[in-house]
Design a protein around this ligand. Structure first.
Ligand SMILES: Nc1ncnc2c1ncn2[C@@H]1O[C@H](COP(=O)(O)OP(=O)(O)OP(=O)(O)O)[C@@H](O)[C@H]1O
Length: 262
């Protein structure tokens, strides 16, 4: 079998907040075409890891590589410019704006301006592009001119995920995208996450929801005490063994070799 293509990698990340060491030499590896779930107990360092990968925080030590090249993100804008889109837990959508306006929030399309000036916002083009991009991902929302506040929680989450997927060139990172959703809505978002992967974008999925993780993940990165404790294959390990490693009740050495997916 040929070696998997590594899209994003982190080696020995350290992040300290005063006395607290949130990341204590954490490694990370995202492969092309996969959904990589990142799980861990509260305080294991998941958010800190994701913040380093998405440019929201700068690690104190260690390095991050994109397509094999070392990168130094100084802000989330740097990460975005490199094709990494993040869907945050607190859903950065503007409720009173339409779906189309939300999709292009912060990157509005404009008509060419006169004398080199910035032109007016091109709502028509934004609308037609929104329809194309959302149809592409099969997000079944009838009208892109609907205000986001008229949507259900699951549909709003689909807009947030769809927005990230529509603009990401490299990687989509999602922080708890199915938290606070009902069963049907959660499934709708999981379906969309699969479509994002199948479109060719690798996905990093941070989640506490083990059934969801086992349903969609190709590999599971287990974070523990600021490190990567293991990467496991959800098809070869039980949920209870995964949780046992996550909580420290079981050591990685106790797992059968086939369960590991480093
Ligand atoms: N801005 C901060 N200031 C101080 N301590 C922080 C900060 N951010 C994180 N920490 C600490 O770093 C450790 C790791 O936190 P982090 O949020 O990365 O973990 P997590 O796995 O995402 O946890 P959770 O599942 O609870 O969100 C925790 O002990 C946390 O209290």
């Amino acid at each position: 079998m040929s070696a998997p293509q590594i899209v994003m990698q982190a080696k020995g990340l350290v992040k300290r907040y005063g006395q607290v060491t949130a990341l204590d030499g954490a490694d990370f590896e995202l492969r092309a075409g996969e959904i990589l779930a990142v799980i861990g107990d509260n305080g294991a360092g998941k958010s800190s890891l994701i913040k380093c990968l998405s440019g929201a925080t700068i690690p104190d030590e260690g390095e991050i590589l994109l397509d094999g090249k070392v990168i130094h993100f100084k802000s989330p804008i740097d990460a975005r410019m490199s094709g990494i889109e993040t869907v945050y837990q607190d859903l950065a959508v503007a409720p009173a704006m339409t779906i189309s306006e939300n999709l292009f929030l912060g990157r509005e399309l404009r008509r060419p301006g006169l004398l080199g000036k910035l032109g007016f916002i091109d709502k028509k083009r934004m609308l037609s592009e929104s329809i194309t991009r959302m149809n592409d991902l099969k997000v079944g929302i009838r009208s892109m001119t609907q205000a986001v506040e008229t949507l259900s929680g699951g549909q709003r989450q689909c807009v947030a995920v769809g927005r990230a997927a529509a603009f990401a060139q490299h990687v989509v990172i999602m922080d708890e995208p199915t938290a606070a959703l009902g069963v049907k809505e959660g499934n709708m978002v999981l379906e969309l996450i699969r479509r994002v992967r199948d479109k060719g974008l690798p996905v990093v999925l941070i989640s506490h929801n083990m059934p969801h993780v086992f349903e969609v993940a190709d590999r599971i990165h287990i974070a523990r005490l600021g490190k990567r404790a293991a990467v496991v294959n959800p098809k070869k390990i039980s949920m209870s063994d995964t949780v046992a490693v996550m909580t420290g009740a079981k050591s990685v050495d106790e797992l059968p070799e086939e369960a590991l997916a480093f």
